[in-house]
Write a protein that binds this ligand. Structure first.
Ligand code: PHE
Length: 358
């Protein structure tokens, strides 16, 4: 900035102020970064400012004009201050915007070379769920889902499991503290979704319902506390147990190939009658018996059976006209078998060495 040519002539003095003011404002307007603004700070409003330097020269002005010239100088200094502050705000805002726009992953990857920018992949359980949906869609089913936090009525009562029924012990359930009078819990199986489907749609129904389930189980080689099931429900006229067995057989060969066998063993579920447990050959040992299958050679995938007429009554379907079957099995268990994982907990470790294989 040019050093002011000092003059004690009031008109020249004012002209001088104006020139310096314009130069100062121009310097401020050219700043594009806050750092730059900081550097010029002393020049425009600090010790080195030529305008401020002029203050000490005011005394040389003839007394009659001193006041007026003084005012021009004060106004000029105020103007510089105002424009400087405006510019400061503008540059801060700009810096913030640029920060939001910047691609932080770039820095992240540069700082953490083990993270190469590879594209992620779907989890094997998600992949299995999608594959199962495809298999059942090809067999004529549609796909639905329901809430993970359920009422006691959907999870138990409508499924013919009244309060205090000993069968409730089959599902170690997480209960939620809620302010509403109804008991709310984390669904312990996907069967409440079949109740929702039956209450909402008229038969015939051919539906599968995949989703997460929650049980107070201690995780071990073949159990997780948060796991996935897929529920199947068929309701039509003249549906019998043969249709159920055939559907499970068809699904097993579609998913595992022809070498894995399924078997149904009599079992008990309050919402199906008759009921069966659905097991497949343990793929870890090929049926010889190992730690994962507790030396039985078979792995339980889930349960199934003919829909109990009590359930039909709870949802308002006439059991004299309609019959149906239902099944529900664990997707995580299925993935464990398909890929011969000896410990199901490996699926929740998020270890890239395992996940990248899918
Ligand atoms: N909901 C049962 C379970 O989680 C499985 C099942 C579903 C059994 C449908 C029969 C019919 O154990």
């Amino acid at each position: 900035m040019p050093t002011p040519e000092l003059s004690d002539n009031p008109m020249d003095f004012i002209k001088n102020i104006e020139t310096i003011l314009n130069d100062t404002l121009e310097i401020i307007s050219k700043c594009v970064e806050t750092d730059e603004l900081k550097t010029i700070g002393p020049l425009v409003n600090g010790k080195k400012s030529p305008l401020i330097a002029l203050r000490s020269k005011l005394k040389d002005i003839e007394p009659g004009a001193r006041k007026e010239v003084g005012k021009v100088l004060t106004d000029a200094l105020d103007k510089v201050k105002e424009i400087f502050e405006e510019k400061e705000l503008e540059l801060i805002r700009l810096a913030e915007l640029n920060f939001e726009k910047s691609d932080l992953t770039e820095n992240f990857v540069a700082l953490n070379p083990i993270y190469s920018p590879t594209i992620g992949a779907l989890h094997p359980v998600t992949l299995a769920q999608m594959e199962l949906e495809d298999i059942f869609i090809a067999m004529g089913f549609n796909v639905m889902d329901g809430p993970e936090a359920e009422t006691d009525w959907y999870n138990f009562e409508a499924l013919n499991i009244p309060k205090d029924h000993p069968a409730r012990g089959m599902w170690d359930t997480f209960y939620l503290n809620s302010k509403i009078p109804e008991t709310i819990l984390m669904r312990a199986h996907t069967s409440p979704v079949q109740v929702r489907v039956m209450k909402t749609y008229e038969p015939p129904i051919y539906t599968v319902m995949p989703g997460r389930c929650f049980r107070r189980d201690t995780p071990d080689a073949r159990h997780l506390a948060i796991f996935h099931q897929i529920e199947g429900l068929v309701i039509d006229k003249g549906i019998n147990f043969g249709h159920l067995a055939g559907t499970i057989e068809q699904f097993t060969t579609n998913y595992f190939g022809p070498n894995i066998h399924a078997r149904l063993r009599p079992a008990y579920f309050p919402f199906t009658e008759p009921s069966a447990e659905f097991e497949i050959t343990c793929t870890i040992c090929g049926g010889d018996g190992c730690r994962t299958c507790s030396l039985t050679g078979w792995i339980e995938l889930g349960g199934c059976g003919m829909v109990d007429p009590e359930v039909f009554k709870a949802v308002g379907i006439d059991p004299e006209i309609w019959t149906g079957f239902a099944f529900g099995f664990g997707i995580d268990r299925l993935v464990q078998m398909k890929y011969s994982l000896s410990d199901m907990r490996d699926l929740t470790e998020n270890d890239l060495r395992l996940l990248l294989q899918f």
